[in-house]
Design a protein around this ligand. Sequence first.
Ligand SMILES: [Zn+2]
Length: 312
Amino acid sequence: MKILFLKRIVPARAQRTVMPAHSLKGTLTYTPTHCDRCHAENEDYTIIKNGTKTSTIVIPAGGTKKTYLELRKQRFYCKQCQTTFVAKTSLVNKGCFISKDTCLQAVIKTAEARSIKDIARDCAVSPTTVQREINKASQALQTYNRPLPENLSFDEFKVAKGQLAFIYIDVAAGNILDILPQRDGRTIRNHFTTYYTFKQRKRVKTVSIDMNASYQGVIKDLFPNAKIIIDRFHIVQLMTRALNKTRIKIVQAFNTSNGEDQKKYRRLKRYWRLILKPNEDLSSTAYKHYTLFGQLPSKSVVDTMLDYSDEL
Ligand SMILES: [Zn+2]
């Protein structure tokens, strides 16, 4: 709907600057669909053209010259509410005479190591404007509102063929905090420095990682107070818990009035710790006295107990 006619380029008059300047002249006009004030629809010429209003807008420099757009904006008169309104353009924010592009340009330039004054001169705006744009941009880049937990766990998982994604977890709560598409040091570093403050990162006490992962360097930089835990422990803990749960369920099932079941029940109840022992710690040659079994090597005791249930 909005049409911008750029008519001709003319050299501008002296513009309070040593930098050469030129301005473009343009007219902004269109047929409005409705009134800006009373929102009545434009039918049968209820809204008519009613003169123009010129604003001078700073736009990104063409070449080395400071550039302005002298935009003649159409003014409209609405017969229904008897007021006037001016044509709107997406070139600037409401009430602003600096184009959105110029504001954006100023923000982009802040990524370079330059002074605000320098940037302001380049973009033909005041240093205050540059500062305001920086503030606005930094607000849009808010850090995560949630704090980092004290105990983190880093992990990775396969997303596509040969591609691993990075995931980090709050160990205490078991929550996934975020997933990153890549697991290289740079991606991880960028993520944590962008979304968490140094103060937040200093609070992290431990980071658990996989045995073969190479996150050590990154962790030391990002979390200066964190200890690195090699994560075999977590796997063992999980398996122990699962095994115990299964065993308890089976033991309960043997607690009946049947004599044979009672024997199994008592044996399982008394020697449950043997089931948790690593295979290499069990002996098949060293005989020992077990109250409910008699003289047997520990391996036979475990095998007998495991035979009681297929699930076990
Ligand atoms: Zn109106």
